[in-house]
Write a protein that binds this ligand. Structure first.
Ligand code: O2Y
Ligand code: MN
Length: 549
């Protein structure tokens, strides 16, 4: 890779074994428009997925593989998703003509001998065929065949399109398997919150792409002196099974973090800053004259002589030096925040689910659902303003149930049904919360400081779970009562807190109508319990409007 320019060696003194990769400039993010779920029946893919019949998909895409690898090296990449010794882990084999993909898979999964040893002579693995093709977006397809447990991807060498163990297997194919087999494959981080007694409570959180999930998973707690600390189990995907103890047990199928670089610094994510100083692949970041990676939002002023992500001398103020979706690929084992339980074969017990998104105006800092069914409704009605992680318009609000819109491998109405069915299987189902770190005031300024301060919200959740924290009922759920959030050491006014926790019934009534519009697309397939929750919300809102005049 160094010889043919696929990799550029970074400063080996300050960044040992770190390399920079520049992808083709038309291949810089997941491309949802060419991502398909190929089921025999269109309805099984559902209204939120692109669909193609399996035979048509194969006929269309097979010619693109013809001769595609000629003159290239073909890599056979066996990998395990999940800890090598976990009964819940699964095996994939990716065939690829991209050395960059093979090297990235080595960081992101347990790859090579461990996978072959576990596989033995079994044929129980998910095959994935990948070729860069000619990198022309017009000939790019990411095809999933969930009925056959098969993936074909051609025409992209980037991230979620090409590292087939990640979004393609661990979410789209795995979500299908999970429904068949009675478990959950979710787009969720997994963290442990340690309290002053040393007890760790595990939580899994779903946020749409690039909403600060990695930062939350690896947070340095603002309440560390009081004994609250956050441990990382995973930053993007959770596979969860009903454990023998009746708890929902989560494993992280991945072994690395493929995180967004811009905005990463000592304040937003000190742990990853430390982790990504060795054995790390940087993709589409800029580079300093000293051969170090650089991106917008890094600590300190930009040094002179920066080379931008395309390899050109950078002029500040024109276009960004690093691509907004530039990434680091770093082994999880290098994070100082890594939980000592991250490879527990049975997984960690999940006590809370956290849903969230970017809502500048509507959603309070945090609220708690009434019960499991209401919690599923809260997840199903998630929405967020889009970012640069996926191609398409930025800053537009879109519905993203459980942050799975681009990743659910089947009809989302059935997915809601699967969620509803999982609750009663659990002795102790996780409590369900919703957070919004991104609420803004009338001047467009963020009301909440975020980052390490978010631990205060996690602590409130923990206190709710333990029955210690008060809450105020609102039509959408329970928000913290005035004194139940731990705010000592934080300079924030009571008015700001009130603004952060405000639930405006008129705004929520509009939201309830938008939710109804979104649900219409699922027709008769939408589970009745979800319609029931929507009606209950509408009636709570109208009662509250009457009460407040
Ligand atoms: O643009 C890509 O290919 C990467 S997308 C991604 C990467 C890591 C974790 N999550 C995501 C995502 O889009 O959710
Ligand atoms: Mn993700």
């Amino acid at each position: 890779m160094l010889r043919d320019g696929t990799f550029i060696e970074l400063n080996q003194k300050t960044y040992p074994n770190c390399h920079l990769h520049r992808s083709n400039s038309n291949d810089v993010a997941r491309t949802e428009s060419v991502t398909f779920i190929c089921t025999r029946q269109m309805d099984d893919a559902g209204p939120t997925n692109n669909w193609m019949a399996p035979a048509d998909a194969k006929e269309k895409v097979r010619p693109l593989f013809d001769g595609a690898m000629k003159g290239r090296t073909m890599y056979v990449v066996p990998y395990i998703l999940g800890p090598a010794s976990s009964p819940y882990s699964k095996i994939g084999v990716e065939i690829t003509d991209s050395a960059y993909v093979a090297a990235s898979m080595r960081i992101m999964s347990r790859m090579g001998k461990a996978a072959l040893d576990r596989l033995g002579s079994s044929d129980d693995f998910v095959p994935g065929l990948h070729s860069l093709g000619d990198l022309n977006p017009a000939r790019r397809f990411i095809m999933h065949f969930p009925e056959e447990k098969l993936i074909w991807s051609v025409g992209s060498g980037y991230g979620g399109n090409a590292l087939l163990g990640k979004k393609c297997f661990a979410l789209r194919i795995a979500s299908w398997m999970a429904r068949e087999q009675g478990w959950m494959a979710e787009h969720m981080l997994i963290l442990g919150l340690e309290d002053p007694s040393g007890k760790v409570t595990y939580m899994a959180a779903a946020f749409p792409s690039a909403c600060g999930k990695t930062n939350l998973a690896m947070m340095v707690s603002a309440l560390e002196k009081q004994g609250y600390r956050v441990w990382t189990v995973g930053d993007d995907i959770a596979w969860m099974h009903v454990g023998s103890d009746g708890m929902l047990r989560a494993i992280n199928p991945e072994a690395g973090f493929f995180g967004v670089a811009p905005g990463t610094n000592a304040k937003t994510n000190p742990n990853v800053v430390e982790a990504a100083h060795r054995n790390t692949i940087f993709t589409n970041t800029a580079m300093t004259a000293a051969g170090e990676p650089w991106w917008e939002g890094m600590d300190g002023a930009p040094p002179a002589g920066i080379i931008d992500w395309k390899g050109n001398a950078w002029t500040p103020g024109k276009s960004p030096a690093a691509h907004p979706n530039s990434r680091y690929t770093v082994p999880a084992s290098q994070s100082p925040s890594l939980s000592s339980h991250w490879e527990d074969p049975e997984g960690v017990p999940i006590s809370a689910f956290i849903f969230g998104g970017r809502r500048a105006r509507l959603a309070p800092l945090v609220y708690e659902s009434h019960d499991w069914q209401h919690g599923v409704f809260v997840g199903a009605t998630m929405a967020s303003e889009t970012t640069a992680a996926a191609t398409g318009a930025v800053g537009v609000s879109r519905r993203d149930p459980m942050a799975m819109l681009p990743f659910c491998g089947y009809n989302m109405a059935d997915y809601f049904g699967h969620w509803l069915a999982m609750g009663p299987k659990l002795k102790n189902p996780p409590r369900v919360f919703h957070v919004n770190w991104f609420r803004k005031d009338a001047d467009g300024k963020f009301l909440w400081p975020g980052y390490g301060e978010n631990v205060r919200v996690l602590k409130w959740m923990l206190d709710r779970i333990e029955g210690r924290a008060g809450a105020t009922e609102t039509p959408i759920g329970n928000v913290p009562s005035p004194s139940s959030l731990t705010l000592d050491g934080l300079s924030i006014s009571r008015d700001t807190i009130n603004e952060l926790l405000k639930v405006d019934s008129a705004d929520w009534s509009k939201e309830e109508q938008a939710i109804g519009k979104f649900f219409e697309k699922f027709g008769e397939r939408l589970p009745p319990a979800i319609c029931q929750e929507q009606k209950a919300l509408a009636s709570r809102l109208s009662r509250s409007a009457v009460a407040t005049g």
